[in-house]
Design a protein around this ligand. Structure first.
Ligand SMILES: [Zn+2]
Length: 318
């Protein structure tokens, strides 16, 4: 039968990606579809459900801004070091173009967003990686912002809470990228020595150098359900393995079964869980003089440095 009735072009406003996903096209903006099970969802319901699929419970990635809006008390987040951006120390091909794309997609100059926040009224320093910026990779700015945020938490004696969503060290910065593993680990060690709590939350994905450094060093390590948590990606792991590993060995559940994660927390319970953790650690209330002093110092720009670059030619330490 002739294919007279086959639609060859998508009408205006319709996302035409069925060939790549095998899932029917849906009108852009009104509906969305679960990237795991393909269920068609009303976009506003999807947002209301914190981007968790009601059918298969798949936790879709959140941007840094979405994560902050979910866990931080409304209006409490005060960003630090918002203008830091990476130099291109190696002149790595396409680094500048990829960073520029990350800026346009995420609206941020690098992959880690840090600041002070209240969570259920408890003061903390909050760091959130945004996977949309070059896969949340750790370059000089990521490490520098992490270290500055940790130092601020150390100085103010308030907990440091970090959401990881990272593919690991940023290869475009070579050794400088790898050095951020040591830098972030050293910052966490300083917190540990001073008895300042550090809470790590593993989200999809937490891999490579991020998992091998700051993400695994939390006094308490939480993780979202079925998050991809692995040191090596699937392809590398398959090449290196000598026997067939369990099917779920690169998930947060497997990590918890083997003692690497303290608790798997569904996204809708994450904020209340963090409140309990901060209360357990005796974090100061935001109304306390300590927290108010921290917020005032932050508001006065002590942490809010003007835009600058950090890299081999920058002023920032590595
Ligand atoms: Zn689903």
């Amino acid at each position: 039968m002739p294919d007279w009735f086959r639609r060859r072009h998508a009408p205006p406003g319709v996302a035409n990606d069925s060939q790549s996903t095998g899932v029917p096209d849906v009108p852009a903006g009104v509906f969305t579809k679960c990237e795991k099970c393909g269920r068609i969802l009303l976009a506003k319901d999807f947002e209301r459900d914190l981007k968790v699929c009601p059918r298969c419970d798949h936790h879709h990635k959140l941007s840094a801004d979405e994560r902050i809006a979910h866990v931080a008390d409304p209006g409490s987040f005060q960003e630090m070091d918002a203008g830091l951006s990476s130099a291109d120390p190696l002149g790595f091909p396409d680094y500048a173009a990829k960073a520029a794309k990350g800026v346009s997609v995420s609206g941020r100059p690098d992959a880690l967003v840090t600041g002070t926040a209240g969570i259920g009224g408890y003061a903390c320093v909050l760091g959130v990686a945004d996977f949309r910026f070059m896969g949340g990779s750790m370059g000089s700015v990521f490490g520098e912002k992490f270290a500055r945020a940790a130092e601020y938490a150390l100085d103010q004696k308030i907990p440091f809470v970090v959401f990881c969503a990272s593919g690991g060290a940023r290869m475009q910065e070579g050794l400088l990228g790898l050095m951020q593993m040591a830098k972030t680990s050293a910052a966490v060690a300083q917190l540990a020595e001073a008895g300042v709590p550090y809470v790590s939350v593993l989200t999809d994905p937490t891999t490579g150098g991020a998992l091998a450094s700051f993400a695994s060093l939390g006094d308490i390590i939480l993780a979202e359900p079925e998050a991809y948590v692995a040191f090596a990606g699937t392809r590398v792991a398959q090449q290196a393995q000598t026997h067939k590993p369990p099917a779920n060995y690169q998930t947060s559940e497997f990590q918890m079964e083997h003692g690497m994660v303290d608790r798997i927390v569904p996204r809708k319970e994450l904020q209340t869980t963090l409140v309990r953790v901060l209360a357990f650690f005796g974090a100061p209330q935001q109304s306390s003089p300590l927290a108010q002093a921290a917020a005032a110092a932050n508001g006065n720009g002590e942490m809010g440095e003007p835009a600058k670059s950090v890299g081999r030619n920058g002023k920032g330490p590595h």
